[in-house]
Design a protein around this ligand. Structure first.
Ligand code: NAD
Length: 432
């Protein structure tokens, strides 16, 4: 099948490369010329495990190309995916300007029947807005499909290749058949393709992210109560996770959720519910809890040190989660900003996100070449992102490098008893 994917970010590039891998001819379109130039040289502008290799192979085999010219890509394709950003607008709602702009450009380029598939996360009613734009701008026939994406950054290729489910909002049989054919290679292992109306598909994406964010904030509150009553959140987590109705995933307490999806999707869902005069109270609490959790380590440090002025704090982890360089809404940002306002010098290390961090903090913090350099002369170490390489450090070396061996572990990477044995004063989330 000949496919165009508009937007070559975390979603569009992964989708494009995976569709090419399954034998389709894919042209990826982006209006960022620098990005397209890089991609044409086989370089991937983001860090996503396995992606560069997948892009390189499919490029070499001629199934994956890159362009800034949307019109030709549309003319040459039967299916056009929209995978551009839907950032948070000023009032919290999803900003649809990129999606609708792309819809307009697609319409103007059409030369026959096309299936236009929205993969961007968009509020209910957006597929109808896309249809309205197309009706206004073209006389060619078309179908609009809503196909929300559920991949996780850091495991995006695996998620796309072996999805738990594929959700397709498609109301006409021709588009439904085409989507079933396109996704067939990814659902051979038995994961379902769920065909539904567009409104349900659009809402399913927000409901999934809002539910996951709710679990995180819920567990963070459980952890906070654990600290107050002398319980251990790890034990509580194991006990509740064993209940099949609850399950084990997304029960890890920490320093809050970040990323380009949960924060904006929780806000957008509240917003479009509010537009229908529905107050989604739970999501308000989910957000408030998350905001406080992101700066929880600062409160713990204040309790330990008193004033933080003049202290040096090493920060391990800047990306919003491991295996990505993405720092959008990362907990490290409010944490470091709070430390800087308190007069702390910050020495940070992240395996992938330093380039992006430099754009955020500039020279206000220092960037270490590795975790050990970061802790040199530090009064405390704050662990913010659970990169695998932080899990088995040489604790003796760290202790000898630090000015005082105090660790504030926002991801519960170590056993408290083990840290104590190794001479650390150790604070973590929800464990005494
Ligand atoms: P991104 O910001 O990484 O990528 C968007 C891309 O679209 C950029 O490369 C940008 O240059 C390009 N673009 C913007 N306007 C354009 C235009 N007019 N023409 C051509 N290209 C244009 O975004 P992302 O993280 O890939 O997210 C895309 C959508 O998918 C969002 O709605 C997001 O909520 C959703 N989503 C993201 C994830 C994730 O993990 N990142 C997961 C599921 C769904």
């Amino acid at each position: 099948m000949r496919i165009a994917v508009v937007g070559t970010g975390y979603v569009g590039l992964v989708a494009g490369a995976c569709f090419a891998e399954s034998g389709n001819d894919v042209v990826c379109v982006d209006n960022n010329q620098a990005k397209v130039r890089l991609l044409r040289r086989g370089k991937v502008p983001i860090y996503e495990p396995g992606l560069e290799e997948l892009v390189r192979r499919n490029r070499a085999e001629g199934r994956l190309t890159f362009t800034t010219t949307l019109a030709k890509a549309v003319r040459d394709s039967a299916v056009v995916f929209i995978a551009v950003g839907t950032p948070q607008g000023e009032d919290g709602s999803a900003d649809l300007k990129h999606v609708l702009e792309v819809a307009r450009e697609i319409a103007r380029a059409m030369n026959g029947y096309k299936v236009i598939v929205d993969k961007s996360t968009v509020p209910v009613g957006t597929s109808e807005k896309i249809r309205a734009v197309l009706r206004r701008e073209t006389t060619h026939p078309f179908s609009v499909v809503s196909n929300p994406e559920f991949l996780k950054q850091g495991a995006a290729i695996d998620d796309f290749m072996k999805p738990d489910r594929v959700v397709v909002g498609a109301e006409d049989p021709r588009a439904q058949a085409l989507m079933l054919e396109l996704y067939e290679p990814f659902t051979r292992t038995g994961s379902p393709i769920m065909v539904m109306d567009c409104a349900s598909a659009e809402l399913a994406k927000y409901a999934a992210n809002a539910m996951l964010a709710t679990r995180i904030s819920f567990m963070n509150e459980v952890a906070n109560v654990c600290e107050l009553v002398g319980a251990d959140v790890d034990q509580v987590r194991r006990a509740i996770g064993a209940d099949k109705r609850i399950g084990t995933s997304f029960l890890f307490p920490g320093v809050g959720y970040g990323g380009s999806c949960f924060p904006k999707d929780v806000q957008a869902m509240r917003r479009f519910a509010a537009d229908k005069e529905y107050d989604f109270r739970i999501l308000d609490a989910v957000e408030q809890v998350n905001k406080l959790q992101k700066i929880k380590l600062v409160g713990m440090m204040r309790k330990h040190f008193g004033s933080l002025k003049g202290k040096t704090v090493a920060v391990w982890g800047l990306a919003f989660k491991p295996r990505t360089d993405d720092m959008r809404e990362a907990p490290s940002i409010p944490l470091i900003e709070a430390l800087l306002s308190a007069g702390v010098s910050v020495q940070a290390f992240d395996p992938e996100a330093v380039r992006i961090a430099k754009g955020i903090f500039g020279s206000r913090i220092t960037y270490a070449a590795n975790g050990y350099d970061a802790v040199k002369g530090a009064d405390a170490l704050a662990i913010v992102t659970e990169w695998n390489e932080f899990r088995r450090p040489d604790l003796g070396r760290i202790r000898s490098l630090m000015r005082s061996p105090v660790v504030f572990d926002g991801r519960n990477l170590f056993a408290p008893a083990h840290m104590k044995q190794n001479g650390f004063t150790y604070y973590s989330i929800g464990r005494s």
